[in-house]
Design a protein. Structure first.
Length: 478
């Protein structure tokens, strides 16, 4: 392997997280640092924003999606000027309240990144490759890429994005091609015959995308949805604010007391005509503190018993999307099944689905296609990513709380097996879920990216000063 160059900062992964870090680095830089972004696909096109389907909309109004805390209407401004996305000519208040197509958000991040590259004294080099290994050489890292090429970096940011889970049943590989497809395989979804009966495994946002796409295609067949809890994401609602409720009062309480207090508060608000959605929005700025103040045993209880209830209330969908799902249920097209997938096997020219409920009762039905929408893998040991496995094996990183993501300090520095924060290795996005819980929503990502950019640039300046003092020669940031 030939180490082709040395950079100041290498960002591994160019989805929304990695693109936001690069964007904030370029905007904040006052020196010509050399930044490298390693990503084999189109930038800002991770699982969430790679969809080409206009019916796949954001889960929050556009007014909450700016990449910059200090320019809250920036995404709305992009939409208003965007002829491609159909925003041009629409009034900004309507765009701000609306739920824009998700693919437009990836286009927005790429547009703002291009602007930042043109205006910044720093340089951004994008390498269309994937990082396979990262070796600590003391004052720098050696990065080995899938292609066999490599580079050295004085600091590394891990932003590999989300890892979809495999279908939780053996025997999938024995089925004919095209019978089991992924919810994010948009071409395969589009090719499903209008009269085909489908079974979607999972009832979260990936399932919602499937329902939206099938509906847009005029699908007439049945859509079975199997999940352990059979809970669909709940809708946003136009509501008054939850004034008078202080979420900080929950921080000293154990999990059960917190749940009881929230239920009582929601009931009191309902009597005053305020929707429960306002309560969740009021909690939103405190979620990280609420997670981190839970005792480890209560965090485990939350993950076992509460997490799905939290998800459907916290990660809501557009009212129009909810209306479509309810209409599909009302006419019997969307059929919810509560249970665990036990088997998928060929049954003549169809597939037989076998499910087991929590009480042990068995159910079965047949369909033509199975769609994997089970969600994202959060346990780093199961992600199947050699780069992360290698970092853990070297002791440079360790799994986060409960095995979720990687362990990090408050600023995103990765903790090694000795519990020390590495001064040159950082993580952002889904890798920090175990530590922070809230780590992938745009309001969190933009704050984390800006803070991380400031720390990286400060560190780079300190390193440059130290090198100059030691050698008498100023380093060339390029």
């Amino acid at each position: 392997m030939t180490l082709q160059s040395t950079c100041d900062i290498a960002i591994i992964g160019g989805g929304a997280s990695g693109t936001l870090v690069a964007l904030h680095l370029l905007r904040a830089a006052t020196t010509p640092w050399h930044i490298v972004l390693v990503e084999p696909a189109t930038l800002a096109n991770g699982v969430a924003y790679s969809t080409p389907c206009a019916e796949h909309v954001l889960n929050v109004p556009a007014m909450r999606m700016s990449a910059f805390e200090d320019v809250p209407d920036d995404f709305v401004a992009f939409l208003a000027d965007d002829d491609t996305g159909g925003g041009s000519g629409r009034d900004r208040p309507a765009l701000a309240r609306g739920f824009a197509p998700r693919g437009r958000y990836g286009a927005y991040l790429r547009a703002r990144l291009a602007q930042a590259r043109a205006d910044s004294p720093a340089t951004l080099e994008v390498i269309a490759d994937r990082a396979a290994a990262c070796v600590d050489e003391g004052r720098q890292f050696a990065l080995i890429l899938d292609s066999g090429a490599g580079l050295r970096a004085r600091a590394v940011v891990l932003a590999p994005g989300n890892a979809p889970k495999p279908l939780p049943v053996p025997g999938e590989a024995s089925l004919a091609d095209g019978r089991v497809i992924a919810a994010w395989d948009y071409a395969a979804i589009k090719a499903i015959a209008p009269d085909a009966d489908v079974t979607v495994i999972g009832a979260g946002h990936s399932m919602v995308d499937v329902a939206l796409s099938l509906s847009a295609q005029g699908h007439r067949g049945a859509m079975h949805v199997l999940s352990r809890h059979a809970l669909l994401p709940l809708p946003h609602d136009v509501q008054r604010a939850a004034d008078g409720f202080d979420p900080a009062a929950l921080l000293a309480l154990p999990l059960r007391a917190r749940v009881r207090a929230l239920r009582q508060q929601a009931a009191a608000m309902a009597r005053d005509g305020v929707a429960w959605q306002a309560l969740i929005d009021r909690l939103r700025p405190q979620v990280r503190a609420l997670w981190r103040t839970l005792a480890p045993a209560d965090q485990r209880r939350f993950l076992r018993h509460v997490v799905r209830l939290w998800d459907v209330h916290r990660h809501r969908i557009a009212p129009d999307v909810d209306g479509l799902l309810q209409a599909m249920r009302a006419r019997g097209q969307l059929r919810l099944h509560r249970g665990r997938l036990a088997a998928v096997c060929a049954d003549g020219d169809r597939l037989r689905i076998e499910a087991v409920a929590r009480d042990g009762a068995c159910a079965h039905w047949t369909c033509d296609v199975v769609i994997n929408a089970v969600g994202l893998e959060t346990r780093v040991a199961r992600m199947g990513r050699p780069l992360l496995d290698g970092l853990v094996a070297q002791g440079l990183a360790r799994p986060g709380p409960h095995g979720i993501g990687l362990d990090t300090d408050d600023d995103g520095a990765v903790l090694g097996t000795d519990a020390r924060a590495h001064p040159r290795l950082f993580a952002i996005g889904s890798l920090r879920i175990g530590t922070l819980w809230e780590s992938i929503a745009v309001p969190d990502l933009r704050q984390d990216a800006a803070a991380l950019a400031a720390r990286l640039l400060d560190n780079a300046a300190v390193d440059a000063s130290a090198e100059t003092a030691a050698t008498g020669i100023a380093p060339n940031p390029r």
